[in-house]
Design a protein around this ligand. Structure first.
Ligand code: PLP
Length: 371
C-alpha cells in the first residue's frame, strides 16, 4: 500500500492529457516559427492553447506567455519589473515560495531596490492594513508580491482586497498563483492584477511547462533572450506538445473545480476529525479556512521523531515536511519559522488531489500511529 499525499509538490498526469500530448507529439513536429504548412499547423496548436488559457482566466490571449514553469515565470516577472527604474521598492511576505523569496533578494540587490516584509501572525495571516499603511507612508512606486495560496499552509489571500489596496496606492501587484491555477476560480478581468504565474505539473499536466499572465498595461524586458518567440517575451522554440497538454490539463481541472474541492474537502475534514480524536498531541498550522486540498500539521519535536519523513517514506507514505528540497535533504521550513513554530513542531504537509482515495488517508493515519 502507498499513500501519495504530496500533491502540492507535484501531481500525477491525467491519462487524457498524456494521450493528447502523445498525439500532438507524434503529429506536430513542425517549428511554429516556420512559415510552411507543418510550421503553421504547429503555430495553430500553440495559439489555440493560448486562447483556451486566456478564456479560462477571462483575459486577452496577448496577455499569456508560455515558459518552462513557475520558477522561470517568477524570475521573468521579478527581474523584468525591477529593471524598470520607475519601481523603487518591493513589499512582500516572509512566507512566499523560495522561487519568489530568493528571486526578490537577488534582483533587489542587483537593481538596488529595497524589500520590505509584512508581518505574519502565528497562523500565517497577513495584515492588509499594514500593507496599505506601508504603501501610503513609503516613497516611490512599489511592486507588491504576495502569493495567492500558500504552498505549505494552504492559506488563501483575498486577491480582490489586495488588488484594491494596490490600485488605490498606484502599486504593481504580482500574485504567485502556482497553487491556485486549476484549483480555485480565477477571473483576472478588469485589471485585477498585473502579473500571475502557473505551472502545469501542479494541475495534472506535464512538468517543465507553465505560463505567465502579464497585464497588457505592462511591458517587461525578457529574461531569456534570443529569438522573437512569444512576442519577444521568451526566446526558444516552443514545446508544442507540452503547451497543448497544459491547456488541456488546465481546461479539465477548471471544469471540475467545484466537484474536486467538495470531494477533497470531505477527505480533509475526515483527516482532521481522525487526527483530533487519535492524536491529541498533533497541532494544526495555518488558517482554518485554508484551501480544501492542503492541510499542515505539527508533531511535537522530540529526538525520537527526527527521521519522521524518512520513516513514513519507507512505509510508502509520501508527504512533505515543508517545501520539497531539490537536494533531497530535509531543510527547516522558512514558513514554519516565520510563524514562530519551528522550535516546537515538526511539520507535515498533506496535499490531496482528485485522485486521492480515502484508503490513502487511512493508510497515512495507520503509519503515523506506528511512528
Ligand atoms: N510557487 C509556488 C507557490 C510553488 O508551489 C511552486 C512549486 O512548488 C513554484 C512557485 C515553482 O514552480 P515550478 O516547480 O514550476 O518551477
Amino acid at each position: 500500500m502507498q499513500a501519495y499525499l504530496d500533491n502540492a509538490a507535484t501531481t500525477k498526469m491525467d491519462d487524457e492529457v498524456i494521450d493528447f500530448m502523445h498525439q500532438i507529439m507524434s503529429t506536430h513536429y513542425g517549428n511554429p516559427s516556420s512559415i510552411y504548412e507543418s510550421g503553421r499547423q504547429s503555430r495553430v496548436i500553440v495559439e489555440e492553447a493560448r486562447i483556451t488559457i486566456a478564456r479560462l482566466l477571462n483575459v486577452s490571449p496577448a496577455e499569456i506567455f508560455f515558459t518552462s514553469g513557475g520558477t522561470e515565470s517568477i524570475n521573468t516577472i521579478i527581474s523584468g519589473v525591477l529593471q524598470n527604474n520607475e519601481v523603487e521598492r518591493v513589499i512582500t511576505s516572509p512566507i512566499e515560495h523560495s522561487a519568489v523569496f530568493n528571486s526578490l533578494e537577488f534582483y533587489c540587490k542587483q537593481y538596488n531596490k529595497s524589500v520590505e516584509y509584512l508581518t505574519v501572525d502565528t497562523n500565517g495571516l497577513i495584515d492588509l492594513q499594514e500593507l496599505d499603511e506601508l504603501l501610503k507612508n513609503g516613497n516611490g512606486k512599489a511592486l507588491v508580491s504576495l502569493m495567492h495560496i500558500n504552498n505549505e499552509l494552504g492559506n488563501i489571500l483575498p486577491i480582490d482586497k489586495v488588488s484594491n489596496i494596490c490600485k488605490n496606492n498606484n502599486a504593481l501587484y504580482f500574485s504567485d498563483t502556482v497553487q491556485s491555477m486549476g484549483k480555485f476560480e480565477l477571473d483576472f478581468s478588469n485589471d485585477l492584477l498585473d502579473f500571475a504565474v502557473a505551472s502545469a505539473h501542479k494541475f495534472h499536466g506535464p512538468k517543465g511547462i507553465g505560463f505567465m499572465y502579464i497585464n497588457g498595461n505592462n511591458k517587461l524586458t525578457p529574461f531569456i533572450i534570443g529569438g522573437s518567440q512569444e512576442r519577444n517575451m521568451r526566446a526558444g522554440t516552443e514545446n508544442i506538445s507540452a503547451i497543448a497538454a497544459m491547456a488541456k490539463a488546465f481546461e479539465l481541472s477548471c471544469s471540475i473545480i467545484d466537484e474536486t474541492s467538495k470531494r477533497v474537502l470531505e477527505l480533509k475534514k475526515y483527516l482532521i476529525h481522525k487526527l483530533k480524536n487519535d492524536f491529541p498531541e498533533i497541532s494544526f498550522n495555518g488558517d482554518v479556512n485554508s484551501i480544501s486540498n492542503i492541510l499542515n500539521i505539527g508533531i511535537p519535536k522530540s529526538n525520537k521523531n527526527e527521521m519522521y519523513l524518512m520513516k513514513l517514506d519507507i512505509n510508502g507514505v509520501y508527504v512533505s515536511g515543508g517545501s520539497a528540497c531539490s537536494s533531497g535533504a530535509i531543510k527547516d521550513s522558512h514558513v514554519i519559522k516565520a510563524i514562530g513554530k519551528n522550535e516546537l513542531i515538526r511539520p507535515i504537509r498533506l496535499a490531496l488531489s482528485k485522485y486521492t482515495k480515502k484508503e490513502e488517508i487511512d493508510y497515512f493515519l495507520k503509519m503515523l500511529k506506528k511512528l
